[in-house]
Write a protein that binds this ligand. Structure first.
Ligand SMILES: Cc1cc2nc3c(=O)[nH]c(=O)nc-3n(C[C@H](O)[C@H](O)[C@H](O)COP(=O)(O)O)c2cc1C
Length: 349
């Protein structure tokens, strides 16, 4: 019977357990997108995860979508991440960099020269993003020209190379949460009439191009992909999730990547739908406890369980799950930004 604590081969890596730490933005980078020193301590404290997935990291200056978030677009940012990766490895852990482009989530003030953010189509998100001078409305983005799209995929590949040079064990492509790749997937956001819009095949084309470029750059056995169909975030609707995501899972399956990571969101039964279609390692995330994660592994519904919020206040989560210990609860006021409080001061049990 498979247990959370069984080792597993994931792509090029032999991992000590089937417990992954979910990617979580914690907004502790400087104004240049370099992770602060305490970021190394934070991830090293969580090195007992079978694999850490880093917070989302922007792949290029046009990809930054939030204040105090880190990048992998410059040498200084890569040097900051090298310190983080070295601390995780010294503590016996493994870590992938989660790579993203925020697309229409960005505000001009985060972008070079105050540029308009880019997206599949010129449709704004309803609502506001946070800035240091208060909340500001999302803007109508500029629709990418067809001949620009290959270049954006290339930015993912360049950032993936930089991640490997910094020592990351691999990368996760963030195709979830309503960021640029998800904006292409979602028929309610992508209104294009070229080969990147319209049919399921066309809307999946950008993700598959990114996956191919990144796999060419760093090897397919060091690349994972995260999907979150119908997540209630960034105006995602995914009106045809039942047609789109099985196609995406089959296409990714044929590419022999390290894993597929599904986060169950918005009432779409992502694990049940995708797991049988995906031939490689399937990592299931969102809302799991020790018991429900163990039960899904035992039923064969996933190979790996991904834990997010439980890792915030329980740096030694695997040991606590093993003992079935009570879990500490995070203070949500200190989740994003700020300093060491609520970040590196949660003790191991
Ligand atoms: C504070 C916070 C930040 C997050 N940031 C990211 C992120 O950067 N990338 C990502 O793919 N998901 C992000 N997520 C979603 C988590 O990866 C995960 O899918 C979600 O929290 C559900 O899992 P959980 O119930 O175990 O927390 C974030 C979640 C939280 C709570």
């Amino acid at each position: 019977m498979t247990s959370l604590f069984d080792p597993i081969r994931v792509g090029a890596l032999d991992l000590s357990s089937r417990i992954f730490m979910a990617p979580m933005t914690r907004s502790r980078a400087d104004a240049d997108g370099v992770p602060l020193d305490m970021v190394a301590e934070y991830y090293a404290q969580r090195a007992s995860a079978g694999l850490i997935l880093s917070e989302a990291i922007f792949v290029s200056p046009m990809a930054k979508g939030y204040v105090r978030t880190p990048g992998l677009a410059t040498d200084a940012q890569a040097a900051g991440w090298r310190r983080v990766v070295e601390a995780v490895h010294a503590a016996g852990g493994r870590i992938f960099a989660q790579l993203y482009h925020t697309g229409r989530v960005a505000l001009p003030e985060f972008l070079p020269g105050g540029a308009l953010p880019v997206a599949p189509s010129a449709i704004a998100i309803k609502g506001q993003n946070k800035t240091d001078s208060g909340p500001k409305d999302f803007v109508v983005p500029r629709a990418l020209e067809t001949d620009e799209i290959g270049g954006v995929a290339g930015e993912f590949a360049s950032a993936a190379l930089r991640a490997r040079e910094a020592g990351f064990d691999g990368v996760e492509i963030h195709a979830a949460s309503g960021y640029l790749i998800h904006q292409f997937l979602d028929a309610s956001i992508n209104q294009r009439t070229d080969i990147y819009g319209g049919s399921v095949e066309n809307r999946a084309r950008f993700l598959l191009l990114v996956a191919d470029r990144v796999a060419e750059a760093v090897g397919r056995d060091r690349v994972g992909v995260k999907l979150s169909p119908r997540i209630k975030f960034n105006d995602v609707e995914d009106p045809d999730a039942e047609a789109l995501y099985p196609y995406v899972a089959r296409e990714l399956s044929g590419r022999g990547l390290a894993y597929l990571h599904g986060a169950k969101q918005g009432g779409y039964e992502v694990h049940q739908e995708l797991r049988p279609l995906y031939k490689g390692v399937y990592a299931a995330g969102a809302g799991f406890t020790g018991e429900t994660g163990q039960a899904l592994l035992e039923s064969g519904g996933a190979d790996v369980i991904v834990y997010g919020k439980p890792f915030i206040a329980n740096p030694d989560l695997p040991a606590r799950l093993r003992r079935k210990a009570e879990l500490a609860q995070p203070d949500f006021a200190t989740v994003y930004g700020g300093g060491a409080k609520g970040y590196v001061d949660y003790p191991a049990a």
